[in-house]
Design a protein around this ligand. Structure first.
Ligand code: RIB
Ligand code: CA
Length: 307
């Protein structure tokens, strides 16, 4: 079994990515650590707890940072809905997270099993940056760090022309993690819009499964789907699920190892990825950037998880 630790700001696409990991026969999910992002921390914790319960698992869920490391939280509820799960009426309240703090769990899980843990980051990197600053030794102890974040080699952004939400929401944390020396693999929003858009045919295939998981995935994505269709996309895209697909099966991916710097502070450069495309200007390559992931393989993994 491969051992995953998932850090998440649990909204609709996070939730279906979590279902993919929890229901995959070769993956053991050690824990979910939760961070404020798409929605506030408390709601993200409830959404994570509901998703674990839906899958019939007892995976522990730990609350983490409610805010970015150096700024206030700006959520994406305008996209995902007030509750982050499509406002479709799910009972997303009153569940109790595990005792303990997410940052401690990230440090202890990685140091407790050197070389064995894949950390999958699906939200702003506030918890992960705090863990790196608290215990730099996790940099060499973690096996893989797969991050849904950034804009790949060529963009575009989704929260500004050049910045993707997870890096924009907490750019200081993204800078700390990107320059930490961890074994980083980035799956940017460019990959999601290229290979993970739920067009009408794929939406019909999801509905045709008619299982509790497929009905869940369709329902919670309805707010994002309305937003995307109203803005010229052929359907809702699934950034966290395609990052999870890459974490589960990296083989079909094309990647480039380049030097990446994430800019921080305020202004148009906030959360923007500087990528040394020429390979000799920006310094030592520090990130494996996914440049292609086949949509067919993604939807095979995604639909299998919902069957
Ligand atoms: O930009 C997409 C990312 O921001 C995804 O992780 C989505 O869940 C939001 O957190
Ligand atoms: Ca997310």
């Amino acid at each position: 079994m491969r051992r995953f630790l998932i850090d998440t700001d649990t909204a609709s696409d996070d939730a279906t990515a979590i279902v993919m990991a929890l229901r995959h026969p070769e993956i053991h999910v050690e824990a979910l650590t939760v961070v404020g992002g798409n929605v506030g921390l408390d709601q993200a914790v409830q959404n994570a707890l509901y998703t674990v319960e839906l899958c019939g698992e007892n995976t522990p869920v730990y609350a983490g940072r409610a805010t970015p490391v150096m700024r206030t939280l700006e959520t994406a509820q305008n996209i995902h809905g007030e509750d982050g799960m499509g406002d479709c009426g799910l009972p997303l309240h009153s569940r109790v997270p595990a005792e303990g703090r997410a940052v401690d769990v990230i440090v202890d899980t990685i140091l407790g099993s050197p070389g064995e843990i894949t950390l999958v980051c699906l939200g702003p990197l506030s918890n992960v940056a705090a863990a790196v600053l608290r215990a730099p030794e996790i940099v060499d102890a973690v096996q893989r760090v797969v991050v849904m974040g950034g804009t790949g080699v060529h963009g575009p952004g989704n929260v500004s022309a050049m910045a993707e939400f997870n890096f924009w929401a907490d750019p200081e944390a993204a800078h700390v993690v990107t320059s930490s020396g961890m074994p980083l693999e980035f799956v940017g929003w460019d990959i999601s819009i290229a290979s993970a858009v739920v067009d009408a045919e794929r939406h019909a295939a999801m509905k045709a499964l008619d299982t509790e998981f497929s009905r869940f995935a369709v329902s919670i994505a309805q707010a994002v789907r309305r937003f995307c269709l109203a803005n010229g996309l052929e359907g809702d895209d699934l950034p966290d699920p395609i990052a999870m697909a890459y974490a589960i099966d990296p083989a079909p991916a094309e990647t480039q190892r380049l030097h990446v710097n994430v800019m921080f502070g305020d202004g148009g450069h906030r959360g923007v990825m500087e990528v040394d495309r020429l390979g000799f200007i920006g310094g030592e390559p520090n990130v494996e950037i996914v440049t292609h992931y086949p949509g067919e393989r993604f939807f095979e993994l995604f639909l299998n998880a919902l069957a």
